[in-house]
Design a protein around this ligand. Structure first.
Ligand SMILES: NC(=O)c1ccc[n+]([C@@H]2O[C@H](COP(=O)([O-])OP(=O)(O)OC[C@H]3O[C@@H](n4cnc5c(N)ncnc54)[C@H](O)[C@@H]3O)[C@@H](O)[C@H]2O)c1
Ligand SMILES: O=C(O)[C@H](O)CO
Length: 386
């Protein structure tokens, strides 16, 4: 029998019961639910990662929808519990939904929402920050200063890599990968090589136009290339950033062999999901190649790091904060709440989950639609004509 869980309740007499497994930034998401007759229950348990049993206790006997987190295991057990409680909607407060068994949700007729678009630039900015921090050894230098070791300028002190004119490689040039590529090309005049299952025509056009602009101004133009294989990116790029989804095809995409393909002084950044990189192989590679550097936001066994990683000076590590800007996190909460609300109210699904701005405008009511339901097709949900 699961222990009772502490909650905070808003609008206790609301008709629909919506549970959020965590407190989320901002208040707009709560107000939007309340305005539509929802009783909102927020779990206040002081435990970072809730277990399946904890969430079953939160769902209880009657629950119309749940907003959950990427740290939770949303599989058969939870979707069965939600369905028994009369629930028809779940939304991750994240764009990635590798923690969700969508087939199990389909089986129980539960709509699964995610939060694309609102975190694209924020996440890309963190990937760019990690690229710079690794290239210019910022964390090592900061620690050196704080340790009182600086006793004067030296020609060899913390020499790193210049980005201008080098090649940036992007693996997974979707929303975030493309935004990161644009930042690195435009900001640092890097040439681009990318690998994705699909061609990114918009990104290619952007780099072409920027190259022409530079040329017209008497500067060396930037270039782009769509690689035929991931190995081509690994061989040619000086900075490589990983932005694919995590699925069977991308698990350990970066492993001992692929690391060996990269340049000895390359920089690898991962803001996608930890298991895209074989972290044991990475630690070994970092040990053997002190000039190879990484910037990691995500880890294979989150919240843990594989043994040895914390000791590596050539690794910059941050705790999965890529989407952590105030605007983005408040927007993610809003989108997640509206995904759940839309299904409860019987609204259609928004036609283009990449165009979420109308849901984020605080000065107007949001459209009567769920912004992004990943299994809309499987459930046969109607699509909004707005
Ligand atoms: N660290 C964070 O806080 C954070 C924040 C946001 C997103 N993410 C992660 O980033 C991922 C990408 O987000 P997005 O919004 O850009 O998604 P997206 O769907 O727009 O982009 C993913 C891209 O990966 C490509 N892809 C899929 N399989 C591939 C493969 N085997 N090889 C190469 N490319 C492949 C797809 O074709 C697509 O273009 C999310 O799924 C999530 O896991 C992490
Ligand atoms: O997938 C996501 O959205 C991130 O990991 C958290 O923002």
């Amino acid at each position: 029998m699961a222990k009772p869980i502490s909650i905070e309740v808003y609008n206790p007499n609301g008709k629909y019961r919506v549970v959020s497994t965590k407190s989320m930034p901002g208040t707009r998401w709560i107000n939007l639910l309340i305005e539509q007759d929802c009783r909102v229950e927020i779990c206040t348990q002081k435990k970072t990662i809730l277990s399946v049993e904890d969430i079953i206790a939160l769902i209880g006997d009657k629950c119309d929808g749940v907003i959950g987190q990427l740290t939770e295991d949303w599989g058969e057990t939870l979707f069965a519990a939600l369905s028994r409680a009369g629930g028809k909607a779940f939304s991750n407060m994240a764009v990635g939904y590798n923690n969700v068994d969508v087939n199990a949700a389909n089986k129980h007729g539960v709509a699964v929402g995610n939060t694309p678009g609102v975190l694209t630039e924020t996440t890309a900015e963190l990937a760019a920050s990690l690229s710079l921090a690794a290239a210019r050894r910022i964390v090592e230098a900061d620690q050196f200063m704080r340790a009182g070791l600086y006793d004067g300028w030296l020609p060899h002190l913390f020499v790193g890599n210049l980005l201008k004119g080098q090649t940036v490689g992007v693996i997974g040039a979707g929303r975030i990968g493309s935004a990161y590529a644009r930042m690195m090309v435009e900001g640092f005049k890097m040439n681009l090589i990318y690998y994705d299952l699909y061609q990114s025509t918009r990104l290619e056009k952007f780099v072409t136009a920027y190259g022409e602009f530079l040329k017209a101004n008497g500067e060396q133009p930037v270039t782009w290339k769509r690689a035929a294989s991931m190995d081509e990116v690994l061989r040619e790029a000086d900075v490589i950033s990983l932005h694919p989804i995590l699925d069977k095809t991308t698990y350990h995409l970066i492993n001992k062999e692929s690391l060996a393909t990269m340049k000895k002084e390359a920089i690898l950044v991962n803001c996608s999901r930890g298991p895209v990189v074989d972290e044991v192989a990475l630690v070994e590679h970092l040990k053997q190649n002190p000039m190879f550097r990484v910037g990691l936001d995500v880890f294979e066994d989150e919240p843990y790091m594989k043994p040895g990683l914390a000791d590596m000076k050539n690794a910059v590590v941050v705790p999965h904060i890529a989407s952590a800007s105030k605007w983005t996190r408040e927007g993610m909460a809003t989108l997640a709440a509206l995904n759940v609300l839309g299904k409860i109210k019987g609204y259609p699904v928004w036609g283009d989950p990449n165009r979420v701005a109308p849901f984020l405008n605080e000065n107007a009511p949001p459209p009567a639609a769920s912004p992004s339901i990943v299994n809309a097709k499987a459930l046969g949900l109607p699509v909004s004509k707005l």
